[in-house]
Design a protein around this ligand. Sequence first.
Ligand SMILES: [Fe+2]
Ligand SMILES: [Fe+2]
Length: 375
Amino acid sequence: MTPYAKEQLGMFINNLVQAAKAMTLYSPEHRMTAAHASRALENLNQILASQETLKIIRLGAELFVGGIPIEKSPLADRLNQQMSRYGIGHISIGRGADSADILLLMQIVANKVEQKLQPTLHLLFGTIDLDDTRIRPDDDSQAIPTYSAIPNELMSQLSDDFESCSSREHFDLRGVMALVAGFITSFRRESNPLLALVPLREMDEYTFTHSLDVCILNIAQGMSLGYEGQILHDIGIAAMLHDVGKQFVPKDVLNKPGELTEEDWQTMRMHTVNGANYLLNTPGMPRIAVMSAFEHHMKYDMSGYPKVPPGWQINLCSQITMVSDCFDALRTRRVYKDAMDFEKVAGIMLEVAGTGLNPALTLNFIKTLRKMGEQ
Ligand SMILES: [Fe+2]
Ligand SMILES: [Fe+2]
């Protein structure tokens, strides 16, 4: 987003919320309301002159555009609160939006949507967002700076949770929550759990150790983006469980040394849907963990799987998980390829930024890892 578009975005939100406030006192046609509404439309047209769509993503108390948090203001907070009230995780406004679309946005902000919220030709709403109802203070759990520091009891509980989940109705979240809290404490104390990333791994424990790595990488990304409290924990939990559906894939397919057949691939791809379904049945499971399990192979340009209806918006946490997942898959040895060094991995990631991965998150990820010394 250009600096000019950024300025227009601030003005767009201000005018939109002012118009909505005026609408609570006057009619939509009243000159007070109409003046703000038409300015909001002008600002929007300026933004959409240089980009096809404007996507506003709500992540807890923050609003994001293009992967970057937008400046806090009471008016932006008002928009956020109303998006939350209507269960909106993302709003996507396409080029061609008109005054009727602005009016619908005003109704959302003014709390005046009378019927069920419906998308229009140029306005789409994503209804998945972070579950910020369970606010958890940043506690001071025992730090886990390396994998070898994971207490034996917790380690065996975790491997057991993963190993046996295909035969259990619910996933037991307690071990994963303790692990995530330990990693977060460790980052806060400025030890560097990134150094603990597993370099090589045994095939049969691939999913579990890969999940540990993706968890650490997601927490590093989440912290670099300014998340804390429950949301940060949930971003870590989502990473730990993103591939849980692989526990439902037959071991001979999962660990097959040679090329997979088309049928094998079909089975493998089901780990997204099966994982999400399984997590959905677990009480207390953060919604973003379910979404990340479902969406983490969709790719930024929607060319991946599973296939979803047009207009689908990928949750930001799933996009964060995609970045960590891609990095870990490239840097560690898979059955069919060798490990690569950081610069090579970073180069490949930058090549797919904008198609496979969210570009803003990818750049931020590489910057964060460089800063933390994974070079
Ligand atoms: Fe996966
Ligand atoms: Fe993965």
